[in-house]
Design a protein around this ligand. Structure first.
Ligand code: ADP
Ligand code: MG
Length: 257
């Protein structure tokens, strides 16, 4: 694996809000096709880390590279300059993001939700965007809900549409931030199944922040445990989830299992 195709490489990411130091120097690598699960207690900095990776949040220090190119900044001489918003958008669209809250546009059908960004950002034709929406809705098992409004869908179905919407931009990396945490328990499985399908396709590099230990054990190539703004330990799922070395990891797993 050469560094050039490595989807994400982050070094020494730091972020504070006022006097609260949320990320205290985080290094993170994501290999092509790799599924990385991030676990950790609430407030440990997981969402902030994901947001730093695609420059929704500007880190105070450290650097992020996406496919070998710095994200958000360019170095000129010895100074960092923020990239123009247009370029940041371009980088961002290569990283699909799915949040805990699906935030679909309520006044648009599933099809229209999925077509919106490809039309507006990628300037894809109406026909092509619509065909893409049909293909993706079939892929997430919702072929019969194409022209339905989000309000008429269950939370699990809305989240599957949100995944289809992210995939419509043809990203090479998908970032999931607790995609099932807001769902009723009986709806969690259908969303995890879609993510599992994506992981099994081997084409998608994925970072998944989740508390779903079963999913992490069966799907992740690697697991990271975060606490207090640092990576406490990382390794293969069985190592971290079954035989964690750190007391903090052990305590966390005892609490959620
Ligand atoms: P996690 O996703 O692991 O629960 P977060 O990254 O959301 O953790 O948050 C880490 C800490 O940073 C929390 O204490 C949270 O309250 C704080 N925080 C996150 N975003 C902001 C913000 N925009 N302004 C101020 N504090 C924030
Ligand atoms: Mg979070």
């Amino acid at each position: 694996m050469t560094n050039l195709v490595q989807p994400i490489r982050a070094r020494g990411i730091r972020k504070s809000y006022g006097s609260l130091e949320v990320l205290k120097g985080v290094d993170l690598d994501l290999a092509k096709g790799e599924v990385l699960c991030i676990l950790g207690p609430s407030g440990s900095g997981k969402s902030t880390l994901l947001r730093c990776l695609n420059h929704l949040e500007r880190p105070d220090g450290g650097m992020v590279e996406f496919e070998g190119c710095p994200v958000g900044y360019r170095l000129k001489g010895d100074r960092f300059h923020e990239l123009p918003e247009r370029e940041i958008q371009k980088q961002r669209k290569s990283m699909g993001m799915v949040f805990q809250r699906f935030n679909l546009f309520p006044h648009l059908t599933a099809r229209e939700n999925i077509m919106e960004a490809p039309r507006r950002v990628l300037k894809v034709s109406q026909a092509e965007a619509s065909a893409r929406a049909e293909r993706l809705m079939a892929q997430v098992g919702l072929a019969d809900k194409l022209d339905v409004y989000p309000g008429a869908l269950s939370g699990g179905q809305q989240q599957r549409v949100a995944i289809a919407r992210a995939l419509a931009m043809d990203p090479s990396v998908m970032l999931f931030d607790e995609p099932t945490s807001a769902l009723d328990p009986e709806l969690v499985g259908e969303v995890l199944d879609v993510m599992r399908m994506l992981a099994d396709s081997h084409a998608m590099s994925m970072i998944v922040v989740t508390h779903e230990i079963g999913f992490a054990r069966s799907v992740a190539d690697r697991v990271i445990f975060m606490d207090g703004g640092v990576i406490v330990e990382e390794g293969p799922p069985d190592e971290i989830l079954v035989h964690p070395q750190h007391e903090r990891t052990q305590a966390f797993l005892r609490r959620i299992l």
